[in-house]
Each structure stands twice: as structure tokens, then as C-alpha cells.
Design a protein around this ligand. Sequence first.
Ligand SMILES: NC(=O)c1ccc[n+]([C@@H]2O[C@H](COP(=O)([O-])OP(=O)(O)OC[C@H]3O[C@@H](n4cnc5c(N)ncnc54)[C@H](O)[C@@H]3O)[C@@H](O)[C@H]2O)c1
Length: 362
Amino acid sequence: MGQDGRVKDKYRVVVIGMGKRGMHHATAFQANGRFEIAGICDIDQARLDDAGAKLGVTLKGTDAAQVARAAKPDVFCFCTLPNIRSSMVRIGIESGAKLIAMEKPIALTTAEGFEVRDLIAKGGVKAVVSHQHRYGAHYKKVGELIASGALGRVQTVYGTATGWMMHMISHLVDYARWYNGDAEAEWVIAQAAGRGKLTDIHPSPDYIAGFIHFANGVHGVIECGAGAPDVPEVDYWWRKCRVGAQGTDGFAEVLTGGGWRAVTKDGACSGGGSMNYDLDMPPYIQQMADWLDDDRKLHACNFPSAYKGFEIMMAFCRSAAQGGQVALPLTGAADEIDLLRRAVPDRKVLLAIPGSAKEYPT
Ligand SMILES: NC(=O)c1ccc[n+]([C@@H]2O[C@H](COP(=O)([O-])OP(=O)(O)OC[C@H]3O[C@@H](n4cnc5c(N)ncnc54)[C@H](O)[C@@H]3O)[C@@H](O)[C@H]2O)c1
């Protein structure tokens, strides 16, 4: 809605960070009749000029705060690498935007994640986090099967990915929470191995695995990185992800790059589908317009829900670094990556599949 309380025809958007994901977002906003790109920003001038030419946007600059002030956006979208989060949220709020659209992960530490959470709450803005695999037909099919009761009583939800934690785990946890009806998580316990990716721009142990205990009694089992199992049906390494649920009467699971399958009392069934930005971004963007138009139309990737997944990731890190169970919600800000750097043993991670050797070398 606009300041006068009326639904706006078009919402003004600024996009910060014109890399891979920034271009995906900008293109999808532009293709949706409810949005116009009011300004773009990147610290890389050549990339900025290229994006400006492709999108036909003239208000552009290398300073996010300046661009946002000039553009007066309704939506402040940033797609920078994960080392930049709270500073962008602050700029977004100061720009007067009503919705902040950010990339995952929410932050690299609870020190910053708590700040992001508090800024958004105090700023009174809506916010969404891009876990857009949710919109894939195969992801939705599994969600519908589970919600229909076809699996009986769900006992376990699970997610695996060969990619490393800061890239992949927030996706896994987000979808596992969804498949468990968004039940509250009460505690986690986890282990981590391999120091190679602790210095990556998406800093992570090479392998992290953990259990989540949810208030409804369901347990979540998550594996992310070098030790995660193969998804042999999927060739593309980044899409070797399997997320699903097991119940008293069967199971249903999605393969990010390879469709879905289920076995229920009625027998076995399966179908196609593969993660596709061109298909997943439009509904993600449309739901922003819907939520801006009407407070009751909560976005499926709303920040408060994604934040619960962020805390589960950070609780895994605390458990892996300090041992034992970690209760949720988390208290006391920490630098979980630093905790891991101090604690993860200096031993080569053991691989589950040879195809992971290129990313986790000796
Ligand atoms: N949701 C998904 O499926 C998905 C997929 C890939 C990446 N991601 C996430 O998206 C984010 C961006 O990833 P990417 O692959 O697009 O990275 P990228 O490197 O392609 O793009 C990042 C851009 O941000 C710019 N930038 C950095 N600091 C800036 C600043 N202060 N102001 C303005 N611009 C700045 C860089 O110059 C670069 O152009 C990451 O957090 C990543 O984890 C999400």
C-alpha cells in the first residue's frame, strides 16, 4: 500500500548487488507488471553499467545508501554476498522501503543475525528471504502429499545437500520445517568436520550433520557438505539435494534437480520437476506484491519463518563447536564461525562421493 493506504499500481524497487542473483531478481521484478526498477547499485562499475544497459535503468550508482535515498523505493532488495547483511538492512529501513527482500543466509553469525532481526522488528518493515525452491512444482507436490495426510503420522523430516553449509543448509532447513507444518524447533545436536571451507566467502565446516527436535515430536535430520550422500539421479552437483518426510504410512521426497517420489498406502508414485530460477522467481516476486497490497497475504518466504531456520543453522554450529544439545530460541549473541574455527579438528574431511573431491580437496 502507499502512504495514503491505497493499493499502489506499481511498487518502486531498488536492487543492490547486480551479480547472479541480483540480475535474477531485477529481471523478475521487471517482468512483473506490479513493480518498476527505480534504481540499481553495485560496487563493480563495469557490472553496474552492464546491468543498467540490460535493464534500461538510469538511476544507478556504487553507493547503496545514495541510490536508495534517490530512488525512494517501496522494496529494497539486496543480493550481496553473505558478509554484508545488517548494513544493508539499515540502509533499506532508512530509505523508507516497506519491504526488504534479501538473499539467504540471513547472516553468518548470531551477532549479526540478532541485529538484522531487531532492525526489521523495530523498523516495522516486512521482509522476505529467498528460499525460492519452495515454488518448484516438485517441491510443492511433496508438500501437498505430506499435508494431505497420505504419509500417516509424520515421524521424520530430512534434507541433504552436497554443497556446503552457508550455501545450502538454510534451504534444507526451510523446506524441512515447511514439510513439518512449520512446527517449532526446541533443540538440536550436531557434529562438524573439515576446515577447508571455513575461510570461504560462504564460511562453513566442510560437513555438518545434525538432528532437530520439534515440539510436535518429529525429528529433523540434516546433512550438508562433503559427507552428505549422493543423489545419483541428479547429475548437477549443486542440485544433489534430497528433502522429504517419512510417516507411519510411507514417505515423500523431492530431489532438487530430479523430480519427486513417494510411497503411500496407495502404492508408489513419482513425477518430474527440477529447480529452475525462471519458474521459481516469478511467484516469489508476485507474493511480495500480494503482501504489500494486503497484510493478511503473508509471503511464504517471510522473514520471521526464515529466521527460525537461521537459528537452527546457528544452533547446529554451536552444538558442533561446543558439544551437547542446544536449546532454541538461541540466547546470547556469538560468532559461530569463529567458534567452529577454534573447534573443528584439523583432519581432512571424509567424502561420501568422489564427485565432491573438487570442492573439498586434500
Ligand atoms: N536463493 C538461491 O537459490 C541462491 C543461489 C545462489 C546464491 N544465493 C545467495 O545470493 C547472494 C549473492 O550471490 P551471487 O551468486 O549473486 O553473488 P555474486 O558475486 O554473483 O553477486 C554479488 C554482487 O554484489 C556486489 N556487491 C558486493 N558488495 C556490495 C556493496 N557493498 N554494494 C553493492 N554491491 C555489492 C558484488 O560486486 C557482486 O556483483 C549470496 O548470499 C548467496 O548465498 C542464493
